[in-house]
Design a binder for this molecule. Sequence first.
Ligand SMILES: [Zn+2]
Length: 392
Amino acid sequence: MFRMKNSIREQNSIIVLSEIINRPEISRAMISELTGLNKATVSEIVRRLIEDDYVIEIGPGKSTSSGGRRPILLTVNKKAGVSISFDVRYDRISYLITYLDGEKIDYTIEEKEMTKDNIVDSITSVVENFKSTLTDSPFGIIGITISIHGIVNENKIEFTPYFDLDEIDLVSILEQKCDLPIHIENEANLSALAEAAFDYEHEHIVSFSAHTGIGAGVILHGQLHRGSSGRSGEVGHTVLYPNGVNCPCGNQGCLEQYCSTKAVVRKFQRLKGDESLTFDDLVASYHEKDSSTLNMILQFAKDFGIGLMNVIGNYDPEVVYINSELLEEIPELISLLQHYLSMTIYKNVVLKQSLLGKKASLYGATVMNLQKFLHVSNVEFSLNMEKVLEVE
Ligand SMILES: [Zn+2]
């Protein structure tokens, strides 16, 4: 029942479907114009897409300038299937369930320590509960994509520095338990896919994530750039201070030992000689203009800026989306970082605070589910960004 009914493999069908997905509405004539396929071919493909529940007709559009018949507009059948995304950190699991257009059905965050011993049950219980409520959906659950804070290559977790997920074959276990397509991908890569899906202007995008670790997701020519083994954008493990702090990656002085949220909170605790202090205490101390905290944050900004410029130098993006809890709380740091860039050859690169925040990798996972299910390489959400930001 939850298997996909059809998969689209024929090249022209994919081209036509991509045009329909990436717009709120479109006519057959417009598809023909945009794709170069003749009208009879487009009509035949659309007939099959409607028959297979991928596409629906939404009524007549405006009449053409020549005054002809008003064309029937088409749109993707948003409610025909459901995507499930998970984001797994060492201290938290969250999930997002959406229709095919990204519209939210459920979004939940659970703070708990995640290990190889509880991850399978944590995921399958959400999926089973949701399955029991899902009726009359032509495609059912189209797929499950899991965002991992670590290195992922060819659907295998290769390295998770702060927990032990790399010790199990998560995809094989979940495929057996859930009987659904399961995909896993690095958190920063998925965040980049999400930023690209909402950014209609740029083709070269970096998403720079700083949470428990630091990583960059890279979109070049509109496509996710993974490198030969999924290690592209592993900026967290570029060396900031030779012979510096030991890192679980095997190196010393890595950027993420100085600029991850975890590292900054640890530094704040040492500065104040109190291990019970939290991230919220750090932010409060900054806003109270405590001078030692201000100095510490200034040093953080300098270190962060070096990491940022290293990524920009490697990939030459037009825009960098920054996704960091700390910069969300102290947004003036973005202007400071932009000022650092303005003094270098990277002055044309635009820095933006990610509006998607902690939901970025979840929306990226939704994009990946759609890409795999529909066999399309590009998904632009026609969903209103404001609607996404309301999701709590
Ligand atoms: Zn490292």
